[in-house]
Write a protein that binds this ligand. Sequence first.
Ligand code: F6P
Length: 362
Amino acid sequence: MDWFIASEVRFIAAERGSSYLRIGILNGGGDCAGLNAVTRAVVKHAEGYGWEVIGVRYGWDGFLRGDYARLTYDEVKSLIGVGGTILKSSRTNPAKHPNGFQIILENSTKLGLDAVICVGGDDTLGVAAQLFKKGLKVVGVPKTMDNDLLSTDYTFGFDSAVNEAMRAIDNLWTTAESHDRIFVVEVMGREAGWVAAYAGIASGANLIIVPEEPFDIEEVVSFVRNRHERGERATVIVISEGASLKKQSEKVTGESPVDEFGHARLGGIGQFVGEEIERVTKYDTRVVVLGHVIRGGPPTAFDRILSTRFGFAAVDLIREGKFGMMTSLRGTKIIAVSLEESVSKQRLLDSDTLSTMKMVSY
Ligand code: F6P
């Protein structure tokens, strides 16, 4: 890749003709599988139109510091199956930096960018929506393993995380059966239970606990005891990191650092549940926190295809001058939706998934 700082940019628009555009692309927030596949599709499609693509490194932080790279298809063509992001990412919030928004607008002008493709979750796209109002020509692409973005049926990164979690839980099942053990498996997902629900259903978990429905620890313990008493001595419980107790007075996790968007680092609820089960029942119990293991690694075929389609669609939105919009999957179609509306609230588990989750519980 060809790294440079804004002051070194040569303005070549005049040489290239009126259809030439220089577009930026950045990745913000937690990484997930499929980010590189989006970059690859964007560069391919943009080059097809004779445009130039500039990668802004480390999300909004790269825009503030002036950290960019010129991208060519030759450099990104082999990345469809590579996890993580070659563009790097950060949880930088320009609102928390003096004149942050102004600096980004100025740097975008200095770079000669005609538009910017922002690939991120609600935080990154929320910043993009604000910058759009301030005059930056942005297009959003929804990414997050949490699958909690409004206005799209799926975000890429989710399917890959679910598949990784499913494989891990499949493995836990065999050891749980061998030792007649209880396994409590904690998965990421913040305040949305999508990963826990899908991974739990797909791996045949006995009980799935999600943030959308606060729980009673006594009920969980009884559930395990009932299974045990009817001869089911191995139990797998999948719990989302954001799950909480109905009795708020029971504090289960300690203080944790907060990022620039105000999100606390979650985790610890699985440990609490495991310890309570073992303390009350004396059944042999283990807690497994899958954490970032399911966020890293290569994208599934579904995510590679969704990322590729999103990347192509984002470039076409720029071509059509549809700024302030986000690519979205609706059924089998890719459509454009309002960026502002998409970040207006979080998408939590729907009633269909919640009821499937309960029906599989046994
Ligand atoms: O938003 C994606 C996510 O993986 C959440 O599920 C999780 O709570 C958080 O990011 C973890 O963030 P970090 O990578 O900063 O630890």
